[in-house]
Structure formats: C-alpha cells, structure tokens
Design a protein around this ligand. Structure first.
Ligand SMILES: [Zn+2]
Length: 170
C-alpha cells in the first residue's frame, strides 16, 4: 500500500477539470488505486482526497469525515451535486495547501449522486463537515481549490501566506 505524493497548489493537474470516469475501463485498476488513496489520505490525516491530488485527472474522490469518531468511507466516482441549500462558514484546509487554513462560506446541505467502488449509483444528503467535504472534493474534480472561492481581498492575503508556506512543502 504505497503512500503517494500529494500534489500541491500551483501544479497544473490541480487546475484542470477532470474528465468523467468510464467505470468499466477503470474497474481493473480501481481496487489498487482506492487502497493507495485511502492510505495516502489517512497518512496525511485528511478527511478527503481527490484523484488530481495524486496526479490523476479522473472524476474520482474518497471521503471519510469519521462521523461520531467511526470510519465511514465514501467512494465518489463521477459525483454530481443535485441540490445545495443553506450556508455555513467554517475553517477549511486542503492537503494540497499544507499548513494553510481560511474561513470559507459553503452550502450547509448538499445532495450528491455518484457511483461507488462497485459501479453502483448512490445518493446521499450531507450536512456540516460532510457537506463541506462533498463541495471541496467535487471542486477538485472541476479544477478548483478552496482558496479560489475566497473573496478577492481575503484571497490575496491567503496567497501571500501560501507563498511563504510553500518553502516548507514536500
Ligand atoms: Zn483539497
């Protein structure tokens, strides 16, 4: 179970919208790929990881926000947001921007449809941290990072922090 290098802010793969996965084509590689993604996410103590973060342009992400402290793994293949409502403002971070956090407004409740690891469709409504993770990971698949969503002045400040932090990134 290799732990993969996580791509960082400024790398092209993080800015590129990912094409949809053709499930049947990916299926043979998927179990190994998911094992590596879970291992990489856990080693970095993240609650989600998207394929571009390991250098792959695939509409694929994994999320585990550990509700009530228990693991609850979700595989999102070709995820879509069906509806979003309410708002929540909380601190957000990203494994591709280590050591940097910023408060960001997101929808409070989000309904998502995706395929699971077996290619079966699922739908779920997430609230709070799970809703935030859904939006954050699906943004990755659209070539967006959370800092791209900050209001202009705040984004400039955070980009300054990122510039300094980058010196220490692996
Ligand atoms: Zn991220």
């Amino acid at each position: 179970m290799p732990i993969l290098r996580i791509t960082k802010h400024g790398e092209r793969v993080l800015k590129t919208p990912c094409p949809r996965v053709r499930y049947d084509e990916l299926a043979p590689e998927l179990p190994g790929l998911l094992r590596d993604m879970w291992a990489t996410m856990n080693a970095a103590r993240g609650v989600g990881l998207a394929a571009p973060q390991i250098g792959l342009d695939l509409r694929l992400a994994v999320i585990d926000v550990r509700p009530q402290g228990k693991s609850s793994r979700l595989v999102l293949i070709n995820p879509e947001i069906l509806s979003a409502d309410g708002d929540q403002t909380d601190e957000e971070g990203c494994l591709s921007i280590p050591g940097v956090y910023a408060k960001l407004k997101r929808a409070a409740r989000v309904r998502v449809r995706a395929l699971d690891a077996d290619g079966k469709p699922w739908e779920m409504t997430g609230e709070g941290l799970l809703a935030r993770a859904f939006q954050h990971e699906i943004d990755h698949l659209d070539g967006k990072l959370y800092v791209d969503r900050l209001p202009f002045e705040q984004r400039l400040k955070v980009l300054d922090v990122i510039k300094d932090a980058k010196v220490h990134w692996p």
